[in-house]
Design a protein around this ligand. Structure first.
Ligand SMILES: C[S@@+](CC[C@H](N)C(=O)[O-])C[C@H]1O[C@@H](n2cnc3c(N)ncnc32)[C@H](O)[C@@H]1O
Length: 261
């Protein structure tokens, strides 16, 4: 299966259906960001600490797999020079909508987070990557490409899913409020689901997801060359798991000044 093509259509549908991660910011949010009052999410509920960001004015920012008219327009209003890359044209259309409505400059690129051929080495000061790598089967190329296009001393701010999220039978959770371990990690909607659930999942048209190991996530960042300088966890308020463990992770990762030397 062409996962990228499948998820492009699936995310286009999510936009049409009003998924919360596809709702653009309003004019008041943009007006406040212009006055340097803003916050953004990498994970479901906890705002990213202000201390994780450089001063925005003139900062070259890549919003990586981050369409939807949220973070890109906020950063641009705060003075950043912003490129948004996303696989879904409908998600990018949300950014275009805000940019035209608010007279903001945004560069919009339809592309793949795992292959950033559109960009030069060392091109960005900051990469903002909210929970999106759950939609690619292999996360290591994403970290390698992010490292390549980031300048030395630049920062990658990334959110991702703790794989514990993928262990449980979601039908049982939704129907009976019970947590039963059904799957192992790494998890894949393509390979882990039993045939009846797989068929049902494809019929739902939801994006395909992959539960990566922490070794691929955190170890993969380190292997790509990053130094991790910030870390926090966040809960999934919509899931029973959230009552027991924070199942989302955010990291700040720095490309060291000595990279490539
Ligand atoms: C949960 S949304 C994240 C965007 C949102 N602005 C947010 O605040 O989290 C996940 C995004 O990943 C994008 N995506 C999925 N697969 C992708 C790929 N291979 N390359 C680039 N973007 C991808 C989707 O189109 C979607 O916009």
């Amino acid at each position: 299966m062409d996962i990228r093509a499948y998820n492009r259509e699936a995310w286009n549908r999510e936009v049409d259906q009003g998924n919360q991660w596809t709702i653009p910011v309003d004019s008041q949010t943009v007006a406040l960001a212009r006055q340097e009052t803003w916050s953004v999410l990498l994970t479901p509920t906890r705002p990213v600490p202000a201390s994780w960001f450089p001063h925005m004015r003139g900062t070259k920012i890549l919003c990586l797999a981050s369409g939807g008219g949220q973070q890109g327009p906020t950063f641009a209003a705060a003075g950043g020079i912003v490129t948004v890359l996303d696989n879904s044209p409908h998600q990018l259309q949300q950014d275009r909508l805000v940019a035209e409505r608010e007279n903001l400059e945004l560069e919009l690129v339809e592309g793949d987070m795992a292959d950033l051929f559109e960009f030069k080495d060392d091109q960005f000061d900051l990469i903002f990557h909210p929970v999106s790598n759950a939609f690619v089967p292999d996360v290591k190329p994403v970290w390698r490409e992010a490292f390549r296009v980031l300048r030395r001393e630049g920062a990658l701010l990334a959110g991702f899913v703790n794989p514990v999220h993928y262990l449980f039978d979601y039908d049982l959770m939704d129907e009976k409020g019970e947590l039963e371990v059904l799957y192992s990690i790494p998890y894949s909607d393509l390979k882990s689901l039993p045939p009846d659930k797989y068929k049902h999942y494809l019929e739902s048209g939801e994006p395909l997801e992959f539960g990566h190991t922490l070794e691929d996530q955190i170890g993969g960042l380190i292997e790509a060359g990053f130094l991790i300088s910030g870390f926090y966890e966040d809960i999934d308020p919509s899931s029973l798991i959230g009552q027991y463990i924070p199942s989302f992770i955010a990291v700040k990762a720095i490309k060291p000044v000595t990279a490539g030397i």
